[in-house]
Design a protein around this ligand. Structure first.
Ligand SMILES: [Zn+2]
Length: 290
């Protein structure tokens, strides 16, 4: 096992770094990034949702988020969008050339029951992911933790929350880690493709995706496909919106765990190449905008 470690963005750090520029509509830009107006409208909708579920404190917290007095709640779309844009701004310039990196989506066999997300520990999840990635000898990754609610159209498994990760990964020793990943991210009844690896086209949208702040209900189903030799059944998924009670549960949890806890910034002190990259990125964290 190597010495992979992950850092996050502490709240105090974000409070100092998230200037109002990151809440606006200037750079960094990428395709289909929600506008500041979209995020504001969504914040108001979420505050209304909290009020509907009698979570007055959270309703007021989100309701009061405004320029120069930001709430920094993990449930606040405006603060999440600013963090996402900050992350993209700081990390992007260090990830060159883009051909040195791949995009990796990983779903560990870890879940939380619907209605019990408040007992899910993000700290334990970060430790678990770190262990699995270390076991796969993957040395350097940047990205974030995401959530979806997974259910089966025919009730073939219990609906559950599925935390997973989206990473930009160094191609250093790609052949080795891509072979080892399936050993630590196995298929399960509810996840037929726990690992997806693709080349990175160098666009910012892939980095922004790591910290997206809208979350789907993922519905598994069995589809029939026609082939030359007849019809074959195959597993498939489609996305739908979370229900009101599910949104309330997830947003309450996101408020609890804070925005920065979803960020994964790796460094490996024993590996000079990756340490150099980490140093470049960490030094970017304290320099002015590019
Ligand atoms: Zn906010």
């Amino acid at each position: 096992m190597n010495d992979l470690q992950f850092a996050s963005f502490p709240d105090a750090f974000l409070r100092a770094e998230l200037t109002e520029n990151f809440y606006g509509d200037g750079g960094p830009k990428w395709k289909s990034q929600p506008t500041s107006e979209n995020a504001k409208d969504e914040r108001i909708r979420r505050a209304r949702l909290f009020r509907k579920h009698s979570a007055t404190y959270l309703a007021e917290k989100l309701g009061a988020c405004q320029p120069e007095s930001r709430c920094l709640s993990g449930a606040c779309p405006e603060c999440c969008r600013a963090t996402q844009r900050f992350f993209v701004r700081r990390v992007y310039s260090a990830l060159t050339p883009s051909s040195d990196y791949s995009l990796v989506s990983l779903i560990p066999p870890v879940s939380a029951k619907v209605g019990a997300l408040d007992r899910f520990s993000i700290a334990d999840f970060r430790r678990d992911i770190t262990y699995r990635l270390s076991e796969s000898r993957l040395s350097f990754a940047f990205g974030g933790i995401d959530f979806s609610l997974n259910e089966h159209e025919d009730g073939k498994f219990e609906p559950h929350w599925s935390p997973h990760v989206w990473l930009v990964v160094s191609n250093f020793m790609h052949a080795r880690w891509s072979v080892l990943l399936p050993g630590v991210f196995p298929r399960t009844k509810s996840v037929s493709r726990p690992i997806r690896i693709q080349a990175w086209d160098g666009k910012r949208g892939a980095l922004g995706y790591a910290l997206k702040y809208s979350f789907p209900r993922r519905i598994s189903y069995v589809a029939s496909r026609s082939y030359r030799n007849g019809v074959r059944k195959c597993k498939n998924t489609r996305n739908d919106e979370l229900r009101s009670s599910e949104r309330f549960e997830l947003y309450s949890h996101l408020d609890q765990i804070c925005i920065g806890a979803r960020v994964l910034l790796s460094h490996d002190e024993r590996d000079d190449t990756t340490s150099m990259n980490a140093i470049r990125i960490w030094s970017n964290l304290s320099t002015s905008d590019r």
